[in-house]
Design a protein around this ligand. Structure first.
Ligand code: HMG
Ligand code: MG
Length: 287
């Protein structure tokens, strides 16, 4: 059954990228293989970034090469530049994502570029991915607050959203990177973004540092958003957003959406098993 609200599982990337303990490719593969049986349509499993910046993602090609690919699931990878795209194509990622920011401070800290420079860097990536027939998703970080610059103006989000949409991103994932946003702020930001791009391309990517991610999802549903990123077990955070905790837990999003009467297409028992496995991976005691 096609879900009427989709949860895009990003735990193996956004979750694990931030774990201090180096997790083996084999353990990541076991987690992805279990997640592949939960009913997700898309799972982000890899990131082709500098291993000096994010050592945890250095095994991305091994992970993409080792998973049991289930038919109908798109296995995704982050690609900050052309070199990253080449790595993702060689490892047979089904789709890729370019990742920018609505705030200058985070852009510099995360990808060592101003917003304008990052967009110039993304343009050839989006175009080469299109030539290779690979769908490109676009992330926009710090859509409400930035750990370096403070509050983000909705207009700054609109400006990056328009650029990424024009580059051909099929979906824009709007990140509350620090997990500090309030529902009213999410609504204000989305109201502005919806005037610039269609609702159908919007996704919410909410970290849960302040425990408001589920409320922010409810506010986003009111604004027409029907895709939400989640990390199984609430894994992770962002190495360049100090103090930010993990993405909202996929199993909690599933429970809230189900309680609200939405269909996610996910199996709650498998989600629970995968959340246990994610926590065991974090603690280093996977059997
Ligand atoms: P740079 O220093 O400006 O670029 O980094 P560079 O071209 O000068 O390269 C620096 C080094 O990285 C060189 O190695 C390159 O070879 C290497 P060295 O000569 O020092 O040994 N390099 C690469 N290695 C592997 N794969 C590549 C690659 N490109 C260059 N593709 C760069 C620019 C973007 C590469 C760097 O800043 C970087 O890798 N940043 C990663 C940041 C990151 O992964 N952050 C976490 C993900 S984003 C996130 O979590 C937010 C999100 O979840 C949404 C939200 O929550 O808001 C998506
Ligand atoms: Mg994130």
């Amino acid at each position: 059954m096609k879900p009427n609200v989709e949860i895009f599982e990003v735990g193996p990337r956004d979750g694990l990228q931030n774990e201090k303990r180096l997790i083996s490719a084999q353990d990541k593969i076991a987690l992805v293989d279990l997640l592949s049986t939960a009913g997700f349509q898309r799972i982000e499993v890899a990131s082709f970034v500098s291993p000096k910046w994010v050592p945890q993602m250095a095994t991305s090609a091994q992970v993409l090469g080792g998973i049991k690919r289930a038919s109908g699931i798109s296995y995704a990878a982050l690609t900050p530049n052309l070199r990253g795209l080449e790595g993702a194509i060689a490892a047979k990622a089904d789709e890729v994502a370019i990742f920018g920011s609505a705030s200058e401070g985070f852009s510099k800290a995360n990808i060592n570029a101003s917003i304008a420079e990052s967009l110039e860097r993304f343009r050839p990536v989006a175009s080469a991915a299109k030539d290779a027939g690979i769908p490109v998703r676009g992330y926009i970080s710090c859509v409400v607050n930035c750990p370096y610059d403070g509050p983000t103006a909705p207009e700054a989000v609109v400006s990056v959203a328009k650029e990424l949409h024009a580059m051909g991103c099929y979906e824009l994932s709007l990140g509350d990177t620090t997990g500090q946003a309030y529902p009213e702020e999410i609504t204000k930001m989305l109201t502005a973004v919806r005037e610039a791009v269609p609702d159908a391309v919007l996704a919410g990517h909410y970290h849960d540092t302040s425990g408001r991610a589920l409320d922010n999802i409810e506010a986003s549903l009111e604004c027409g958003v029907r895709v939400f990123d989640g990390a199984i077990g609430g894994l992770g955070g962002c190495p360049y957003a100090p103090g930010a905790s993990g993405n909202v837990a996929s199993e909690a999003v599933h429970a809230r959406l189900t309680a609200l009467g939405y269909e996610t297409g996910l199996n709650a028992d498998v989600l629970e098993k995968a959340a246990d496995m994610a926590r065991a991976l974090r603690e280093g005691d996977l059997a």
